[in-house]
Write a protein that binds this ligand. Sequence first.
Ligand SMILES: Cc1cc2nc3c(=O)[nH]c(=O)nc-3n(C[C@H](O)[C@H](O)[C@H](O)COP(=O)(O)OP(=O)(O)OC[C@H]3O[C@@H](n4cnc5c(N)ncnc54)[C@H](O)[C@@H]3O)c2cc1C
Ligand code: SF4
Length: 518
Amino acid sequence: MRFYSTSEAVDAVVIGTGAGGAPLMARLAAAGLSVVALEAGKHWTPSRDFATDERAQAKLFWNDERLSAGVDPLPFGNNNSGTGVGGSTLHYTAYVPRPQPDDLRLHTEFGVGADWPIAYGELEPYYDELEHFLGVSGPFAYPWGPPRRTTYPLAPLPLNGAAQLMKRACAALGIRTSPAANAALSARYFQTDIGWRAACTNRGFCQAGCSTGAKASMDVTFVPLALRAGAEVRAESFVTRLETDRAQRINGVVYVRNGREERQLCRQVFLCAGAIETPRLLLINDLANSSGQVGRNFMAHTGLQVWGQFEEDVRPYKGIPGALISEDTHRPADADFAGGYLLQSIGVMPVTYASQMSRGRGLWGARLREHMRGYNHTAGINILGECLPSAHNYVELSDELDARGLPKPRVYFTNGENERRINAHAEKLMREIWTTAGASDIWAYPRNAHIIGTCRMGTDAENSVVNSESRAFDVPNLYIVDNSIFPSALSCNPALTIMALSLRTADLFLQRARRSEI
Ligand SMILES: Cc1cc2nc3c(=O)[nH]c(=O)nc-3n(C[C@H](O)[C@H](O)[C@H](O)COP(=O)(O)OP(=O)(O)OC[C@H]3O[C@@H](n4cnc5c(N)ncnc54)[C@H](O)[C@@H]3O)c2cc1C
Ligand code: SF4
């Protein structure tokens, strides 16, 4: 790895190395820019550090305390965000569907929520590129969305127990299903400038980190690409301050490494710390907030799960967790809500399942142990549904300080009427699927997943934080690229779109740089 001096200005500092930070870091370094990434978490070696053990792997989650408020306060830790070189992709399940074009036009279609300032067509080439670079496994023909210009590069992964049961029941009910798109390799895969990556062994512990490198987390894909192109990644470097000159340009990024404060001088900053740490850093530094929108429009997908018990041996810890999908519910004909949702089969690890049983069904001690005897016969489906931006959902600084002396973030979240209606529609349908599949003891676990919004992208500096090129309206050399800039939640998993925005931002930035406009 190349090393840069802190006292000489580098072309770009990237804060955070997850789905937003890593792709653009590689793109900028490949274009010859001097790039330093500052990452709060550690740089792990998967084969050595990723045990097949949920408890041991809690180290991958962002475990600093966050205060949770609202009627439906969100649990953090393993529910929501990660840390380490690779960010939340270290523990994501690697479901990578594309959104559908109308997902980006929610306000036009329904008169609520927000439209994106960019069209699907502007992201499409990046989806094509990413699916091939990451090595996405998926069906030959995907039944939903516009015709695709490219097929998935690899065949689908085998269906796990829940997926097989869901497929059978959906077929009986006339609901179309398809093997899902997974950013995990169904066969050994060669990546230029990286080498061969091993195929998935179907051991199912994706949320504990993939020790084989089959899952396309950023640490085994874009990060090595960036390092090879000359970027430096400084792990265990927690950014606390963004310093500006008189023209409101950021010229130094202050961070704490090994207990010491250091300052990296820079010409451009790409802030990619995720939908809570990004607004937190901006609020602490009183930056990019002339609109008052930093921290606003916080969203979390409706992620209701429905579980059932089966005679069959399901073994929910085995196989890629997210194996089967249906988007027949993208815009249901009988909907009484805006937007829609998709259905996904799920796998689950035992400790996660036990904690959900405690939370969702109020089971403890002997009763919990009794129910956990049925773990191997348990199968689940969940939805990923639209969540509208609302004034009552936001991130603010609390007056409690963390161990570094920084204000802890407080996150307000309450499901609105639209989210409740989506959940009601989906619960009825998922119960029907599991009843048809022959389940007993069916129960629903309401939850919200993914942290989205808080620095939204738009065309108007009065009600958004970044423009359509991800550049802050108020700070000319600050770009924000992570799940905070989504204007609407999209009724699908977010990581592929975050990566697409990341590559697009880098390309647009490089074009402006070539025209000497930065
Ligand atoms: C259990 C789980 C499963 C998921 N499964 C899927 C899935 O199947 N498909 C999908 O599309 N999405 C999934 N997601 C969501 C997905 O992982 C995230 O939406 C995505 O990775 C977010 O990318 P990001 O770049 O916004 O942030 P992150 O990937 O979280 O990256 C932010 C990085 O910034 C660093 N950082 C934060 N603050 C600072 C600071 N002050 N200084 C330095 N560094 C800092 C963090 O350590 C982190 O590494 C899942 C999430 C969870 C929790
Ligand atoms: S199921 Fe496949 S992708 Fe997931 S952790 Fe195991 S080997 Fe990696």
